[in-house]
Ligand binder design. Structure first.
Ligand SMILES: NC(=O)c1ccc[n+]([C@@H]2O[C@H](COP(=O)([O-])OP(=O)(O)OC[C@H]3O[C@@H](n4cnc5c(N)ncnc54)[C@H](OP(=O)(O)O)[C@@H]3O)[C@@H](O)[C@H]2O)c1
Length: 301
């Protein structure tokens, strides 16, 4: 492992779906001093062995003060925090506080692809990307593209697979290729990115366990459940329309889920990372799709 010059790490969103996996990996690394930043009115609770700062995020001075002395800020903020002005306020506060390196709440598709500017719920993430690029001389950044969260998406049905009812909803013909990473390997990538600035600093890095179609996943599910599954279809154009309707009603958070499926399965190649992953350079293992699906069946049967 490299000599680590980035020791003081502050994590936002540490109790969320992503952050709760990243936090233990940071705490397990004895070269890091870890602090959690959380909203003043958050219900999140944390174990007493980790330093927690609670701040009213609309108080920019308090936010800046909370970040002073930190080397790396990792944001795994979700919900409304991705859609309001919080992302850009946070970047500005980090610059003012002298934070050296900012890892924003990305963890998805290749948001550098121009198609992403046509997806309304991505506007907040794109503003953060642009602001960080403009201020690269004042604060470094790393954009981490992980593709789809594999175990997460198989457990909550996001990828169209309903394990209990042996039913799949294929997006279009089910032949769209997407890359994805399991949460354990995402956490390893975040830690390794900090230890290997030569690979990650001021870059977008791509991480993936596998790149696959829904059809391939279905064949593994049928193998491990020993059952022929019921197949339904939804068109990605309809998902885009559904997203538009939700946006028109002001429901940006829900629209996000429809748009993301339209974006990654709709033939835009925005979530296919084959041939450009940093797994090897960062020493991140890959888990096979076969194994990931096998474990999903064990958990959800
Ligand atoms: N590629 C994929 O398949 C995939 C899947 C899931 C998520 N993601 C990405 O991962 C990132 C984190 O998502 P998540 O699902 O882990 O998030 P989440 O669980 O919905 O929320 C994480 C944390 O964000 C903070 N938060 C909530 N509302 C906020 C607000 N209005 N302002 C500021 N902070 C707020 C909360 O922390 P406190 O209560 O401590 O303040 C919360 O625990 C996002 O960028 C998301 O797009 C990707």
């Amino acid at each position: 492992m490299s000599t680590n010059t980035y020791k003081n790490i502050i994590l936002l969103g540490a109790a969320g779906d992503t952050g709760k996996h990243i936090l233990p990996a940071l705490l397990a690394d004895s070269t890091f001093n870890v602090t959690i930043l959380s909203r003043a009115d958050s219900n999140a609770t944390f174990s007493s062995n980790v330093k927690v700062i609670k701040v009213n995020y609309s108080d920019k001075n308090a936010l800046t003060k909370a970040l002073v002395g930190q080397d790396v800020l990792i944001s795994t903020v979700g919900g409304e925090g991705l859609h309001n002005d919080f992302g850009t306020t946070l970047v500005q506060a980090a610059i003012d506080a002298g934070v050296k390196w900012f890892i924003p709440s990305e963890f998805g598709a290749d948001y550098a692809d121009p198609i992403c500017t046509t997806i309304p719920p991505l506007a907040g993430k794109l503003k953060v990307i642009n602001l960080l690029k403009e201020n690269q001389s004042r604060i470094s950044h790393t954009f981490i593209s992980t593709g789809m969260f594999l175990n997460w998406g198989f457990d909550n049905g996001f990828f169209g697979f309903d394990v209990l009812n042996r039913t799949v909803t294929l997006f279009d013909d089910g032949k769209g290729r997407v890359s994805g990473t399991s949460l354990p390997n995402i956490t390893k990538a975040v830690v390794a990115a900090i230890h290997h600035p030569e690979v990650s600093l001021n870059k977008r890095i791509y991480i993936a366990d596998a790149t696959f179609t829904q059809e391939e996943v279905l064949s593994f599910f049928e193998k491990y459940t020993d059952t022929k599954w019921t197949v339904k279809h939804v068109s990605t154009k309809d998902l885009q329309k559904r997203g538009d309707e939700k946006i028109a009603k002001g429901n940006i958070g829900e629209a996000f889920y429809d748009y993301i499926k339209y974006l990654v399965y709709g033939g835009h190649k925005v979530c296919i990372f084959e041939g450009r992953t940093s797994n090897k350079d960062l020493g991140i293992p890959t888990t096979s799709l076969d194994q990931i699906v096998k474990e999903a069946v064990q958990r959800n049967n």
